[in-house]
Every structure is written in structure tokens, then in C-alpha cells.
Design a protein around this ligand. Sequence first.
Ligand code: HEC
Length: 119
Amino acid sequence: MNPKIRNALGLVCVALAVFGCTKAVIIEPDSGGSINRIIKYDPDMQAIMFTHCITCHGGSAPSAGISLTTYQNTRFQTEEGKLLDRINNESMPMPPSGLISPEERQIIAKWVSDGYLEQ
Ligand code: HEC
């Protein structure tokens, strides 16, 4: 085999080996057990969504068709959608700029375990 082709094939194999192993790094969300107050959508969850999410997931053409401006939508994306996966996904985080703080992610986990209270 032509050595140039062999080297090129070798590089492709190395690239596959390296990138093939890159898995999504999902951090196990804290259950929020360290938070000793009841978490409600209004004000806690709403504040996090408005601070970190609605610049893209709001308005008339929200990213991915997902609006996070209301209780119903936020609850639906948390219960049925990928909200929890993505806020705890280090390799594909939401917001895309990087994970929100551990405290904020604990508040979201506690909102779930407290039963999605509205207010
Ligand atoms: C800078 C814009 C931007 C911000 C800020 C942002 N998102 Fe997103 N979001 C996107 C885009 C673009 C997509 C579609 C592409 C993708 O899934 O990565 C998306 C997709 C999603 C999805 C669907 C994922 C799936 O796999 O179905 C969820 C859920 C989500 N975002 C939640 C959030 C939450 C919660 C926040 C705030 C904590 C947030 N996003 C902040 C731009 C943003």
C-alpha cells in the first residue's frame, strides 16, 4: 500500500478511536436534599428560567420550538422533555455557554421532588 494512504488511514483510525469514545457526560443531578425549603415555580424556577433560558427559549420563535416562559411549558419540558438531561449534561449543556451553578441545578431537582408546585 502507498505509505501516504496508509498514514492517512492510520490517522482516520486514531480519530475514530478518540472521538468514538467521547460520550455525553451526564452529571447525576443532586436530589436537592441539601435545600431545606419548599421550591415553587414562582419565584424560584421562574427566576432561573428568566435568567438563563428565555433569551433563546422565549419570544415568537424560541430555539428548538421550546418556550420556557410559562409554568405549563417549563413543567412539560422538565417532566416529558430533555430539560433535566441538558442542564446536567457537561458535553451538551443548556444554556450552551456552560452549566448553570450547582445551587441552581439543586433548586430545579428540588422543584421536581417537591412535586412541581406552581406558587
Ligand atoms: C443561547 C441560546 C440558548 C440558551 C440561553 C438556552 N438554550 Fe436551550 N436550546 C438552544 C438551541 C439552539 C437548542 C436546539 C439545539 C440543541 O438541542 O442543542 C436548544 C435545545 C434545548 C432543549 C431541547 C433538547 C433536546 O435534546 O430535545 C432543551 C430542553 C433546552 N434547550 C433547555 C434549555 C434550558 C433549560 C435553558 C436554560 C437553563 C436553555 N435551554 C438555554 C438554545 C439555547
